[in-house]
Design a protein around this ligand. Structure first.
Ligand code: FAD
Length: 534
């Protein structure tokens, strides 16, 4: 073939970036001579060091300190900071989003390494997409931190004790590593931060961890998991075992056993589904992950490789499918890089085999659990080990120095309670209501127009002598809430969900802007109001 060999990597996480780093080392000479071209496409121009994400909640490390710029980690790789939109295996090309321009970008490859990870998926659990906070990316950690501070601010001025209790209730679903580390940080932070709020009663704070099994951290030996569970309970976390999260409304976490917990902060670390790009590939899958051979190449598709969370990789020594962890992703990356180079050079390839060095989980305030080379550790020693190991693994000397400084200052300074308001105004959003749940009440301010997408609602009015009486039912494709928006007044009726109902909620500003500038919409709404009044 003429021209340089083109190796393209998709994904800027542990799998993708460590593949590029290894290829740069192995192909240094070929890269210098222009015989090979390395490219990496990722949505962000940084790699997130996920093991430290829980510490972003409490602010014990700076927001940017968990990120490493990809350009500095692999300077001889062409970085395309773009969203991949499709992969065409027949034409051996990848299409990415247009960026500032208007045209899709096409990249051709001879070898393609797919390292796109997995995605948060709330499919099949009503209300979670609308109300649960995921915990996977830096944005998620920052959103959670802001939510916690916001609820403390609200609770401090809330007069209604029931609403205040809901504001001070924090629910985390998932008793695996990320759920346990997140709840431990959240619990420490919220209790320490509450001291800065004059009117908050710390005894009203409730932090709940939901776990579907009988003991949290099932990946760890029983004694360590029991230690972690007992420590969390001692620090005030209510651990609810054998309890599944089944859904959510704006006011409650809905549990599978029919129970509900009033809260305004629900975090779900449980679900992850295949990346849609991965799911669309015409290759064999195992539980939503790309099935690869022992050299990490996809069978029957020469030149297609997969590593990390999106790949189903059997370890050559144990025969077991590797767990989705960073320590596996980085070793798979090195193995795939070696095998790509061997393929280019016509040399024999090696099978992937790696024995995990151990497992560690941080439990907040100078405590952790760890199993390293079969040795079990818990408490301060495990915490020290956790920090030492992850500090060493954090890419980049500058990041190491920053995190070490943050940790030192955090030992003596109070937690930072500054809320970063980064969200832009949302014009339209999805909302979900349980049967019987009130969407809005008569007399409330009219701040949204609702369009029913699924389910049914009823409009109820107070009729003298008859009390609350249903006057109308509305189903999919119908809207409500327009009267108060147009008249800029209060709600003239109460609306309640009859069945499980999903709606699109259009906020006041978006509605007013369209109402003022779109005559057909104006005509439709005026006609609708007239018919309802009649
Ligand atoms: C909170 C948390 C804590 C964790 N703690 C640990 C730990 O302590 N130890 C451990 O070993 N593991 C830990 N893990 C797991 C570990 O982070 C993952 O196993 C690892 O990140 C997998 O790497 P990956 O490259 O396969 O996927 P990811 O790191 O998820 O990377 C996927 C990349 O693909 C990019 N991407 C996806 N779709 C597109 C698209 N359409 N276009 C462009 N780019 C795209 C993403 O932006 C991302 O850069 C933790 C995970 C979480 C969420």
């Amino acid at each position: 073939m003429s021209g340089p060999a083109r190796i393209l990597i998709l994904g800027g996480g542990f799998g993708g970036v460590y593949t590029a780093i290894a290829l740069e080392k192995l192909l240094a000479r070929e890269l210098r001579r222009g015989e090979v071209e390395l490219g990496l496409v990722s949505r962000e121009n940084y790699m997130v060091f996920q093991p430290m994400l829980p510490e972003v909640i409490s602010g014990s490390i700076g927001v940017l300190d968990t990120l490493a710029p990809i350009r500095r980690l692999c300077p001889n790789t062409n970085l395309y900071t773009r969203t991949v939109e499709s992969i065409d295996l027949d034409h051996r090309s990848v299409q990415s989003a247009a960026g500032f321009g208007t045209r899709q970008h096409h990249l051709h490859f001879d070898h393609l390494v797919v390292a796109l990870g997995n995605v948060t998926s709330f499919a099949g659990q009503p209300g979670l997409a609308e109300y649960a906070l995921p915990f996977k990316s830096l944005g998620d950690a920052l959103a959670l931190r802001n939510r916690v501070i916001h609820t403390l601010e609200e609770a401090d001025i809330e007069q209604d004790p029931e609403v205040r209790r809901a504001l001070l209730t924090f629910v985390v679903a998932g008793g695996g590593f990320s759920g346990v580390e997140a709840v431990a940080e959240l619990n420490d932070f919220v209790r320490a931060a509450a001291r800065s709020f004059r009117r908050l009663d710390p005894t009203e704070i409730r932090v709940v961890l939901l776990h579907a099994g009988g003991l949290i951290l099932p990946e760890l030996p029983r004694s360590l998991a029991e230690f972690a569970q007992a420590l969390l309970s001692k620090r005030g976390v209510e651990v609810r075992l054998d309890t599944r999260l089944a859904g959510a409304t704006g006011e409650h976490a809905l549990l599978a056993d029919g129970d509900r917990i009033a809260t305004r902060t629900l975090v779900s670390t449980v679900p992850s589904g295949p990346n849609p790009l991965v799911a669309a590939l015409p290759v064999k899958m195992e539980r939503g992950r790309i099935l690869v051979d022992r050299h990490l190449e996809v069978p029957d598709v020469p030149g297609l490789w997969a590593v990390g969370d999106c790949a189903a990789i059997r370890d050559a020594s144990t025969g077991e499918v590797c767990p989705p962890t960073a320590q596996h992703a980085t070793r798979q990356a090195a193995c795939a890089a070696r095998n790509i180079v061997s393929t280019l050079r016509g040399e024999p390839r090696k099978a992937f085999a790696f024995t995990a060095l151990g497992k560690m989980g941080a439990l907040g305030r100078r405590s952790a659990v760890a199993e390293i080379f079969g040795i079990k550790l818990s408490g301060v020693l495990a915490w020290w080990l956790w920090r030492t190991v992850y500090l060493m693994k954090l890419p980049g000397l500058d990041r190491k120095l920053r995190v070490a400084t943050d940790w030192t200052l955090d030992l003596v300074l109070p937690p930072d309670i500054v809320q970063l308001k980064t969200e832009r105004a949302v014009g339209v959003r999805r909302e979900y209501f349980e049967p019987g749940q009130v969407v809005f009440r008569k007399g409330e301010r009219g701040d949204r127009l609702y369009v029913v997408t699924e389910g049914e609602v009823e409009v109820v009015k107070e009729v003298p002598g008859r009390g609350e009486t249903p006057v109308r039912r509305l189903g999919a494709g119908e809207c409500f809430g327009e009267i108060a928006l147009v008249s800029d007044g209060a709600r003239s009726a109460t609306v309640r969900a009859v069945s499980a109902t999903s709606v699109l909620a259009v906020d006041r500003d978006a509605f007013q802007a369209m109402f003022a500038t779109l005559p057909p919409l104006r005509g439709f709404v005026e006609q609708l109001i007239a018919s309802r009044r009649a």
